[in-house]
Design a protein around this ligand. Structure first.
Ligand code: NAD
Length: 390
């Protein structure tokens, strides 16, 4: 019996995976399992030395998957066709890239304008994963969702870890313990994962979202959905901003729910805007001592008025945690999911003939193309860079 091995198709494409340099970033853009698939398809894969160390993927696993371990950023990036990253590259990284290099990762464009401008000037092609449209065909490359899943899980664990109570109901010889009450504000991807995790830990879970459609998903996880007589579902399934009157109604209902909770996890966000304040300092004063707030919106202004990004503060005996980069706390699986998102994204860039496309007409590529051929292609970023000037 003769066996045939499929010949590698992707000849001459060099993929470089960087070691993340942002403080506290433990994730890596590719994992050995995915690297193996890429090398088998004929890509040449280079990994920066210790790139996976923070997520517990040692160099030798990448080497066994067919990657070359490279020490030193310049050697890694020189001659790379595609660079994979989690966080946006630094300006110094961009200086090392040849014209036409493709960079794929979270680009955080509004806070990385100098990098964006440098990529434009050096004619780099950059795809921003946060701009991938949330259409069915793009689900496998939706890194916002995969990382929000990791963040929601980590938030529930962080809340439980800082809570002085048991979460489940216990009936013991030493008495009966009532289950803790966990409130989730914002039931998008992260919020739903936080609900599922808190339920598994045995808590009584309540949740609220301005989008009424979220109610069904919340109830399907066995949690109680708090309802207002308004629906603030806006364009593309995201929330719209509430009117002043709606905000008062929301505030009253949310405040009452917060006051009876042991753990509150907030994930409310409106794309491109500062996070809405859902918990005022007056509401915090009504909470039980020992209660915990985990504010996932800390990095975009916070859902609680007293949140300090990157810090844990105690006010009236209430612990308020403003975590940064929660997905990095579960770096092993967050990296695995992210790597699969990137693998899927790459399949759009490389045709069945193994050739790299330079025509980014596919809807997903076109939407996520941030910089290309000396131009910033994402209008809101272009407006920020040019300061409103044409
Ligand atoms: N491929 C897909 O089709 C796909 C993939 C991912 C997400 N989605 C949908 O996109 C939407 C947004 O998901 P996300 O997790 O990125 O959201 P997000 O991170 O932008 O916001 C988190 C949640 O906060 C809610 N929120 C905003 N203001 C609020 C307020 N004042 N009070 C309470 N809650 C508030 C939002 O409605 C959202 O559910 C959801 O409908 C989700 O199901 C679709």
């Amino acid at each position: 019996m003769s066996t045939t091995t499929a010949a590698p198709v992707t000849k001459g494409i060099v993929i470089a995976v960087v070691r993340e340099q942002a403080p506290g970033e433990q994730r890596v853009a590719s994992v050995p399992e995915v690297v193996q698939k890429l090398t088998k398809s004929g890509y040449e894969v280079r990994i920066e030395h210790d790139a996976g160390a923070g997520a517990y993927y040692p160099d030798d696993l990448y080497a066994a998957a067919g990657a070359r371990i490279v020490t030193g950023r310049a050697d890694l990036l020189q001659g790379a066709t595609i660079v994979l990253c989690v966080q946006p590259p630094s300006v110094a990284d961009v200086e090392m890239l040849a014209e036409g290099t493709i960079v794929i990762g979270f680009m955080n464009p509004a806070s990385s304008l100098s990098t964006v401008a440098r990529m434009r000037d050096r004619r780099i092609t950059a795809f921003a994963l946060e701009l991938v449209p949330r259409i069915t065909r793009a689900q496998s490359m939706d890194a916002l969702s995969s990382q929000a899943t990791a963040g929601g899980y980590a938030a529930a664990i962080l809340g439980a870890d800082n809570c002085p109570r048991f979460l489940p109901m216990l009936t013991t010889a030493a008495g009966t313990i009532r289950p803790a009450t966990v409130l989730i504000l914002g039931a998008g991807v992260a919020g739903l994962m936080a609900i599922a995790t808190a339920k598994r830990l045995g808590a009584m879970v309540e949740a609220y979202d301005v989008r009424r459609a979220a109610g069904e998903q919340v109830r399907s996880l066995g949690a109680k959905f708090l309802e207002l007589a308004i629906n603030a579902e806006g364009q593309g399934g995201y929330a719209r901003e509430l009117t002043a009157e709606e905000k008062v109604q929301e505030q009253q209902m949310v405040s009452a729910a917060v006051a009876r909770s042991d753990i509150v996890i907030t994930t409310a966000a409106i794309p491109g805007r500062k996070a809405p304040v859902l918990i005022t300092k007056e509401t915090v004063a009504t909470m039980r001592p020992g209660a915990v707030i985990v504010d996932l919106a800390a990095e975009t202004g916070g859902n609680c008025e007293l949140t300090e990004s990157g810090k844990t503060v105690k006010v009236h005996g209430v612990t308020i945690i403003g975590p940064q980069n929660l997905p990095a706390r579960v770096a092993y699986h967050a990296s695995q999911m992210y790597a699969k998102n990137l693998q899927s994204f790459l399949s759009l860039l490389v045709g069945k003939d193994g050739a790299l496309t330079r025509e980014f007409t596919d809807e997903i590529l076109a939407a996520s193309l941030l910089v290309h051929a000396g131009e910033v292609r994402h209008r809101p970023t272009l407006d920020l860079i040019s300061g409103g000037k044409p």
